[in-house]
Design a protein around this ligand. Structure first.
Ligand code: LMR
Length: 400
């Protein structure tokens, strides 16, 4: 009965790792998926995460019972506090409902399904370009995906005018997907002043903001600074949704830990929204896994562990920034034609290099360097030892 099934293509991001794993070259380098590596090129488990796991393992009262449909209550509270701020009036007024979900993707999907069932507008505007999974998530959730201009390839910066025009032209009530910080894949964020204008426009047109916060702490190295965009929208008393992921900032990729918060006008609305989120989640995966959320809660509720986390997070962010400088210098040293300052101007985990898909294919074939075909490279996957190899490959790709 399945004989006619057509083979599906690999995922544009995770498929890069599949191809990398098949390569037998000793010089191969995976700059595809956004996953942090040490200077030695190894995956990193944060010390504070290991400490939290020890505490959990040694606690005899811990059992493996099902969590409630909405997940671990303590984790949900702490996650809302982390993104909205400890003094957030929305939290104090109980206007926020937070549910534990399967990392960023799961949070976006649950939020998307909830909106498709209960919100009066199905149109969701996502930036052009955006993370490769966004359009698929929201289409399958039942929303109608449109795009707004975001990136200007000529300046390698924000197309602010285009963004404002497209949001201005969106039907009133449309949902707008915004990257809270460290935009993926471009590494280009609006300035604080530009965020203020975006907020004014969104509120004046009664658009509904839906934030994807996958990199809190990775843009500036500071958790509060990276939450400013979200907090600005919550401070005006209006509604919004926020999807959080702990994949990058706590290195909990495979634990699939995230949260969806819906900020409502009143506590009563928030509790009704939560009742409907449970109806989305229960038939989808019943209830979320316990281990990762327990790690996060253990760290966030303990001042000493929280501080240790911020230090380790800043160390990761700083290493990425130092990779930006080193790559830029290596490319300049080779006299590679073109302007490369965007390598250190862009922020977060990625550099949107401007290399086209043919150049990427050339680098993969000749240099065994793996990256997404849109020219995005994960700076977190680089080390001092691999930078010369990448700079050689970029030089050869650009000058051939
Ligand atoms: C990425 O963009 O590389 C990450 O968000 C990982 C993923 O799931 O695509």
């Amino acid at each position: 009965v399945f004989a006619n099934i057509v083979r599906a293509p690999e995922d544009p991001i995770l498929g890069v790792t599949v191809a990398y794993n098949k390569d037998t070259s000793p010089n191969k380098l995976n700059l595809g998926v956004g996953a942090y590596r040490t200077e030695e090129g190894k995956p990193l488990v944060l010390n504070v995460v290991r400490r939290a796991e020890q505490i959990l393992v040694n606690d005899p009262s811990r059992v493996k019972e099902y969590l409630p449909i909405v997940g671990l209550a303590e984790f949900n509270k702490l996650s809302a506090k982390l993104i909205l701020g400890a003094d957030s009036p929305a939290i104090q007024e109980n206007r926020v409902t937070t549910v534990q979900c399967l990392s960023g993707t799961g949070s976006l999907r649950v939020g998307g399904e909830f909106l498709a069932r209960h919100y009066h507008q199905l149109a969701i505007y996502i930036p052009q370009p955006t993370w490769g999974n966004h359009a698929k998530i929201f289409t399958l959730a039942g929303l109608s995906v449109k795009t707004y201009r975001y990136y200007d390839p000529t300046t390698r910066g924000l197309n602010f005018q285009g963004l404002l025009e497209d949001l201005e032209a969106a039907p009133s009530g449309s949902i707008v997907l915004l990257h809270a910080c460290a935009h993926n894949p471009t590494g280009v964020d609006p300035s604080l002043e530009q965020w203020k204008q975006i907020r004014q426009l969104i509120r004046s047109k009664a658009l509904l903001p839906f934030f994807d916060s996958a990199y809190q702490g990775f843009a500036s190295g500071n958790l509060d600074a990276d939450a400013q965009s979200v907090r600005m929208f919550v401070a005006d008393g209006g509604e919004c949704l926020v999807a959080q992921s702990y994949a990058k900032n706590m290195g909990l990729y495979g634990e699939r830990v995230g949260a969806l918060s819906v900020i409502c006008k009143t506590a009563d609305v928030a509790s009704r929204v939560e009742s409907q989120l449970k109806l989305v989640i229960r038939p989808m995966y019943s209830n979320p896994p316990i281990h990762g959320a327990s790690i996060v809660a253990t760290i966030l509720k303990d001042r000493d562990m929280y501080n240790e986390w911020t230090i380790e997070l800043k160390r990761m962010a700083d290493r990425i920034i130092s990779m930006r400088e080193k790559l830029f210098n290596a490319i300049c040293a080779r006299g590679t034609p073109g302007r490369w300052s965007h390598i250190f101007e862009q922020i977060g985990m990625f550099t949107f290099t401007g290399l086209n898909s043919e150049q990427v294919a050339f680098m993969t074939k000749e240099y065994h360097i793996y990256m997404t075909s849109d020219g995005r490279i994960s700076m977190a996957g680089l080390s001092s030892a691999t930078i010369p190899h990448l700079a050689d490959a970029i030089h050869a790709a650009v000058t051939r």
